[in-house]
Design a binder for this molecule. Structure first.
Ligand code: DC
Length: 222
């Protein structure tokens, strides 16, 4: 029997970090949908396709294989058999991912993938439109948010941990632009579902947010 926890929110709201911890504590499968969109963006770059060559990007979808794997306690994203977890966080991918994820064919294809990998499983899926569009009947729906400044700070730290060095101001501007693009997408826009629980994490510790969500999930599971 499936059990779906949908966690949506903007870049840097804590989705990735929180999801990872909750998965381990509750033994759920972690699916980062942003990782899949980033993989399509990486494939676009690898094939020297321009962001406005939509047909070519759509053709690419049938030629690529995206997988979510868990190895040595780490959640990894594979593109065509290769671990791209770190590569897809780099700037060139980040710069185009929001545009790539605005292409409706890309969204349809990836949504199919997300529904397939979650079938009959207990998962936490994090993204932008999981509670509104991918799994509107999810068992638990959370919308995480935080101020732009706080989110930029977190992203700088997260990048540093991956060995990627991008200055704060640049990250902040990038997140602001991505927020705008993500919120104004024709389909799959970043939006709180009417029935999702809103949590502003700006002044909360990771532990506080995690505990609050775990309580919500446990209540639903019993
Ligand atoms: O969560 P992230 O920063 O890794 O996501 C990368 C991009 O992918 C983000 O700019 C928006 C897009 N995305 C999306 O459109 N829908 C999702 N469900 C997840 C991510």
């Amino acid at each position: 029997m499936s059990f779906i926890v949908a966690i949506d929110g903007p870049a840097g709201s804590g989705k990735g970090t929180i999801t990872k911890i909750i998965c381990e504590k509750l033994n759920l499968i972690n699916i980062s949908t942003g990782g899949a969109y980033r993989s399509v963006a990486l494939a676009t770059l690898q094939n020297n396709i321009q962001i406005n060559e939509i047909e070519k990007i759509v053709d690419l979808l049938d030629k690529i294989n995206i997988e979510f794997k868990r190895e040595n306690n780490k959640d990894l994203v594979y593109l065509n058999g290769k671990d791209v977890t770190r590569r897809i966080r780099e700037k060139d991918v980040t710069n185009i991912v929001s545009k790539v994820s605005s292409i409706k064919e890309v969204r349809f294809k990836l949504n199919e993938l997300f529904r397939k990998v979650a079938k009959d499983k207990k998962v936490i899926m994090e993204g932008r439109d999981i509670g509104t569009y991918v799994f509107p009947n999810a068992d638990v729906k959370i919308y995480l948010d935080a101020s732009l400044e706080e989110r930029a700070k977190r992203r700088v730290k997260q990048n540093e941990e991956l060995g990627i060095h991008i200055p704060y101001e640049e990250i902040k501007e990038d997140i602001r632009k991505r927020d705008e693009n993500d919120k104004n997408k024709e389909i799959g826009a970043l939006k709180k579902a009417d029935d999702s629980i809103y949590i502003d994490t700006s002044n909360m510790t990771i532990e506080e947010v995690t505990n609050e969500i775990i309580d919500i999930i446990k209540n639903k599971m019993t």
